[in-house]
Design a protein around this ligand. Sequence first.
Ligand code: FAD
Length: 667
Amino acid sequence: MAASGRVAIWQPGFLWPALLLLLLLVMPLRGVRGARLYSEEDPLTILTSDTLKETLRNSSTAWLIQFYSSWCGHCIQYSPTWKALAGDVKDWEQAIRIGVLDCAHEKNFEICKEFGIHFYPTFRYFKAHSSSSDIGKTYRGADRELQTVRQLMVNFLQNHTRDDWPAGCPPLEPARSADILSLMGLKTDHYTAVIIEDEDSYVGREVILDLMAYDGVIVRRVLNTERTFMEKLGISSVPAAYLFRPNGTHKLMDVQKSLRFFFSSFLKLLPGVRRKQGPSALENAGGSRGQDSVEVWKEFDKSKVYMADMESGLHYLFRVELASHQTLEGEELKTFKDFVTVVAKLFPGRQSVVKLLETLLEWLVSLPLERIPYDAILDLVNNKMRISGMFLSEKLQWVGCQGSRPELRGYPCSLWTLFHTLTVQASLRPDALANTGLEEDPLAVLQTMRRYIRSFFGCRECGQHFEAMAKESLEQVKSLDEAVLWLWRKHNQVNSRLAGALSEDPHFPKTQWPTPDLCPACHEEQEGLHVWNENKVLAFLKQHYSSGNISPKYTSSNSPDMLPIQDKNAGLSSDEKPQGNQGGSLAPGGFPTRERQHGLDVPREASVNARKEPKPSMTFLVLGFSSLDMSLCVLLYAFSCVFLMLMFFFFRIRSKRWKVRYNRLYV
Ligand SMILES: Cc1cc2nc3c(=O)[nH]c(=O)nc-3n(C[C@H](O)[C@H](O)[C@H](O)COP(=O)(O)OP(=O)(O)OC[C@H]3O[C@@H](n4cnc5c(N)ncnc54)[C@H](O)[C@@H]3O)c2cc1C
């Protein structure tokens, strides 16, 4: 019977639905899996925290490693150049190798901190035979064109001494003309090519490195200052190449153009010249290829803001971005304090996160230190003191900010979301910053954001662009509502600049936001031209980024408390609440019903749902103590105190009695 049942399942009628189901299950994953910025197919080594140190320690080759962040727009834009460079110098790998390490990958947070990577991309050179404590030499130049970086690689190789020279790297210094002339008429088992060039020219050294992976040919360079040598070989212009054949004959190399590529190709195609056999000994040296895990796509509603995005952003900001700074002092410390003040007072987050931010703020205010080691701040963020009820998840959980590929969106998206939420909160609750020193200032949030981006945001070029925009017009902002609109305008300016760029997620094209489906009333036309109705935009922003529109869906549930999202607007008067047309200086008339259907007057099911969430027994940090455990501890403690006191009185009374008895006897 069982067998017949099994056969029935595989009848054609059942096969197709089963296959369809399988396809449906697999399909959503296809969009989000796969490589980050670099993949196994690229001619470079993908390093991780597991392989970096082991690869560098006493490596027989030098390394040039790009520490990047897969969310950083400039890293995304730069990745084709880096791949092209890696392909261009592939044959140099017995002398110097190209690697990448993604600092945005959770696995690599610690190692990037250890190597002091503050900005992305950071280029580091590591000499051959480096020690395990070597954190490399940073290339700080602004020119990152392929040719510039390639020439820097040559310079870097030449900085090695005789003792630490990469084992497989041929000599790059000019040869003595006498040594070359001695080859005339000499029979050997290989070709010798000589590039005659200027002292500053890189052609000779590049051709030497291009041919190092080939047997049957040796390349040397001679400088054009060797006049007699040039005359003897009949060379009048440089760069030029001269070839000594194995049979002892010699002549000028016959290439169409005196360029690196022409010289190298000519030599590689000579009869008897072939690539060195066998797998490169270095092929196995460190470097894992690929590190992606399959992530499941999370369904989300684009008319909502997700708490999981903002919490993940805060996690990344506190534990990764800021943690790359060993100490905070001076302007950086002031920026950090203001940032914590603004977030602690305005972030409409879960109680456990807000408590953590408030505790951090109290601690910073109570510590009049001029210099704070970041580890102390991290201890607090990680709640090492085990204060109950404060917690910030250590998991990156992108929802509204998830990208169709792992390298897209994520952190920068969450940062925009956070700052839009903060400007809106400041406008909805103007008293929130009272007694912080930031009250009365309509620019408080924006200036804090500006300084944060300038000092700490890993994408330095993004920071420079943002700074330029702030310099241009920030001072014109005179009210909290204008601050909301300023950030919206500037964000749209960035969207417009980045539309079509490599960092754009094809599934989330950069458009002018909010799109007509989110807010039809925001869009108008004047004489055939699109214009924004800024009153409507302001109302929309105040609703969109209000606490009522923040969904708790996908927030991590392993926090010590799962209290509902704080509806800080609950205490506000009804006209301050972000309901449809009632926020701030809205246009009279407010939103028509149609707009309500587009999520402007959203049902508050998010908050309602959150309120309905059961309050689980409190787990106490990672140790897993429940609130019952904690109560028992307290009870035991109280009981021990009472017991000790009783014992104390008991022995005192007894000792008094003994004394009385003894004294009487004595008398
Ligand atoms: C301050 C700053 C400067 C940056 N500068 C650069 C740069 O110079 N070059 C670069 O390559 N990358 C830059 N980035 C990153 C870039 O802007 C995006 O954040 C990143 O490409 C991810 O884009 P995204 O599709 O997730 O949408 P994002 O632009 O990150 O937007 C996130 C969410 O905000 C909402 N939103 C969109 N537009 C607006 C708006 N106008 N007002 C309010 N809400 C809006 C939408 O819901 C959107 O999904 C910068 C990021 C920040 C925080």
